[in-house]
Structure formats: C-alpha cells, structure tokens
Write a protein that binds this ligand. Sequence first.
Ligand code: F6R
Length: 609
Amino acid sequence: MCGIVGYIGHKCARPILIEGLKRLEYRGYDSAGLAVLNDGQVAVSRAVGRIANLEARLNGDGANATIGIAHTRWATHGGPSERNAHPHIAQNGRIALVHNGIIENYRTLRTFLEGMKVCCQSETDTEVLVQLIGHFYKGNIEQAVRDALHEVQGTYGIAVLCADEPDRIVVARKGSPLIVGIVGPGEYIVASDAAAIVQHTAQVVYLADGEMATIARDGFRTTTLENVPVTKEVQAVEFSLDQIELGGYEHFMLKEIFEQGQSLSMTLRGRLNTREGVIHLGGLANHTRDIARARRLIFTAQGTAWHAGLVGEYLFEDIAKIPAETEYASEFRYRNPLIEPGTVVIAISQSGETADTLAALREAKEKGALALGVINAVGSTIARESDAGVYLHCGPEIGVASTKAFTSQVAVLAMMAIQLGRRRFLSQPEAKNLIDALARIPGQVSAVLEQSEAIRKAVEKYIHRENWLFLGRGYNYPIALEGALKLKEISYIHAEGMPAAEMKHGPIALINEGMPVVFIATRCSQYEKVLSNIEEVRSRGGRIIAVATEGDEHIREMAQHVFYVPDVPEPLQPLLTVIPLQLLAYHAAVLRNCNVDKPRNLAKSVTVE
Ligand code: F6R
C-alpha cells in the first residue's frame, strides 16, 4: 500500500526521504514523489515506477533542504502517472501534501472547489484535500488542515508542508497509520510504517485515529481534530534494522521462510510452561473466563490470515470444544451478521491494518461481541481497537507473501485453544502432551528446510504446467488452500486448493496426464482416505507431490516426489506441513523469473476495500 515519510531536522532531507521510501518499497507501489522546502519555495519531484526513477529526477534544487515529505503511491483513484503521483500541491504552489487512504466525498469537494475557482490538476481523490487546505489557509497551516479535515469523509494518513511556515510538518490520521520517530532535539522522522524509522531511532509515538500532530524544530504537539491537546506515550519500536534487511538472502520471502524456527520460538517464548502443562497468554489474562464460556467463536481475516483462522476453527472445536467458524472479514462486515450474547470474534492480521479485517472487528464490537486480535504489528489499528489480544512477536514480515506470520498465527491459535481447553474438557496430561510437542516445533523446522534444494529440483520438472491442485484433509485442508494461494500469488501459476474428498465432486475432471497434484498426506486420522484420493489422481495420469510424515516409506511407492515433516500431533501438523509448500511456491517463482518479494498487482497491506 501507499507509504509516507517526512523529515524535519538539521540534516539534508532528501537522502533521508529516499532511504525511507526504499524501506517502504516492500509494501508495493507504482509511483513515488517528494517535496522539500527550499529558499521559501516548495520543490517537488515525482516519477512513475521505481524509486530509482525518482532519484534520477532530483536536481540541485532543494539538495540542502532540511524539511520534506515523500510518498510511494499505489493507484486507486486515477492511474499510475506522474500527474497523479504525490505530493500534490495547492493551487497557490505554497502547500504540499502526501496522503494514504481514500477521500470518499472527493467528487462533492471537487465541485465545491471548482465553484471557488480552484482547479485540480490530477485525477486523484487526494488533490482535493490539498486544494481544500489551500482554500482554508489564513496564515496557520495547522488550523487550515483541521478545517479541511472536518469536510472530509473517508480515511487518511497525511503529512503537509507549507512554504510560509517552513519549520513544521502537520500530520493527521484516521484509518491509516502514522508514526512519529523522535531522532533527537529538533529532529523528527514521520512515517506510515516503522520500517522507515528504525534506522534513525527506536523512540516513537503512534498517532491514534482522529489525532493530529504539528512537528516543529522546537518540539511536537499532538491534539485531537478538535484541537484538544493529547499527551502521548513515547514507545520503543519492537524490531531492529537487521530484521528488515536481507542479511545475505536473495529475497525476503526466503529469509522469512528460513527464519521460522526462530520466529516460532519468539512467538512461544514465555508462554509455555512445559513443566506444569500450562499456557500463559498475558494479553488475554482478563478475559480467559469469558472466552472459555463463549457460546460461539468467529475468526475473521483475509487471505493467508484467513487460512490461519480456518486452522483455528479446527483447533478450537477439537481441543477447546467451543463452536467455531471462520469468515472472510469482507463478507462479515457487510452481511449484517447475527451476534448473539456470548460471541467472541477473533480478528487475525499480520499488519493489523487490513481495511476489511478492521471493519469486521468494529462491526463485531458494535454488536456486542468480545473482540480479540491476533496481530503482529505492535501498535497497529486492529491491535489498538481490540478488547484484548495476543501479539505474534515474530518480527517484521517484509516479503509480500506471508510465511512466518502464518506459522506464528497458527502457533498463537494453538496456544489459545490449549489454554481454553484446560478450562473446559482438556485433561492436564493431554494439555501437557500438546505443550511439549509445541515447544519442540521450532527445533523441528530445520529438518523441513533442509529439503529446500530437493523441492526446487522437483518444481523444476513441472515449471511449465499452468494448473496445479493442492489437496489435504482435516487440519491439512487449510494448508492445501494456503499452498495454492502461495503458488498463485508469487509465480502466477493457476492453483486451486480444496479438501481432498471434494476433488471427486467436479475438479477431478481437470486431471490429465502430467498434471502436478500436491497432497498433504501426513499420518493423521484420515491418512488412509488421503491415500485413496492419491490413487484416484494417479490412475488419471496426475503427478503426485506429497508432504508426508518422516519414516513413511509406503508413500514413496505412490508419489513421484515426497517431502517429509517430523511426526507431530495432528493439531500441530499445519505448523510444519505448510513449510514445504512455501518453499515450493518460492522456487517456482524464482524459476519463472517472477519478482518474488514484489508480486504484480499485490501490496503487503491492503488498507483499502
Ligand atoms: C498472502 C498474503 C495476504 C495477507 C492478507 C491479510 O501471502 O500475505 O493474503 O494474508 O492480505 O493481511 P494481514 O494479515 O496483514 O491482515
């Protein structure tokens, strides 16, 4: 999604802004731009495509400026073009603005502005906001921003510069994150994502929805949109610079797949008491009684996080014996769902900013549900708006395709299910058995990763096949869905995932000579049934790629390729069975020369509907 960076201090702003934009590249963008204040003028540069294109545009104008704002744009209103790239400039040329989000009533505002003889130059919704600020400006940029925002419907994170007040940046947010980094006396960096800040400081202030800040060389002040002062807590950013650098890997996705032993350890750390067979989740401490008494649990999320929710559904019904279901947040928010007393809604999101997931959480809260969050990004909107929740603590995820966040989401849901199970029908020995197995998982990841090269060689054989099937049953059905999604999104191969038994009800017609079909065929309660499904595919010429349990030699006779995962209790299998599928998608994308970390048309965090 779009990214914002702003800088005010004593250093040259441009290199800091460009570096910040590069840190946000992973979120996806199609154009970029920056504006600095130089000799009492706004100097703007914009370019379509890579940030390198923007750098190539920069000339001597503004090279020494010490204040500026910058943006990476992901087109929504108006195609990707230089004219539509941010920053946008007010008609008088004195005010510049960058914006994340959507101004929903921009047509009405544009008509109003035209009546005032103010013309927009771009096709964007954003430009009306800067023109409106220009219209309201009477010598106080903070007040003009406030007045303009009162007219706006929609979502925004904005940063505004004014040539007539060259010592301040005004920022505001509603529905789109903004963080102020405190670098030193009179020096600040503001951004929509901590990744653009960590290199400069670990001290940050997270703006909340409906808040504004004026960041000046002599300090910053935060208020509400109604100008009521707000005291903000300075917090430490959770991650360090090396966590958002490649560290010798070719791609972030590969780095994050290989990090899963460590990221799972971080998720489990301090939460498992293997001696007593107890789980401790601090974030839920005040609510465990209510959750354990829940009559119904709804997981809501999108994409990979939705797949984690589906594993959660199996875990909660199986281990905690609480009725559970999983809903796409985009459907849940609009279908006027029935929320009865005793309903608990759990929003799952790596970024904590996905627009639909956030809206579903709000809908659930409004209807009286206890709303919980399973989130990675600390301080994100969903994390702040949840009644309670559990952080993943798996470190920043930079690759667009979610990998380590998925395994950490499943690990958190497993811990929640065990904890609640203990308050219901799960015996202490059963809980201890699962907790012991969970504690061993991080150490078992490496046995799966060691097969990366073998997976690459297998994928190479089918790299020109345009249709793949992924099949699994029980706990591994969501993993089939996730394997197919990973392959689709980064290698652009068409893939479908489904319960293995569903194949017979139509999709089996697709199977022809040589079609690759991936089975998650671990030792589990439905193992024999999966073997029958394998036979059905084999007899129609399909090629079998199986993920199986270590020591299963029988499956070698049925499959062209077998990748093994250690033997773990069935509810925990998804934590390991997904890894070969992540590697499979990764190698397919590399073999097809796809841009692994920045797949076409995709953004890391989908903050618009
Ligand atoms: C797929 C992927 C997406 C996200 C989805 C939700 O690899 O990353 O499907 O899982 O956009 O994102 P979060 O978890 O940030 O809410």
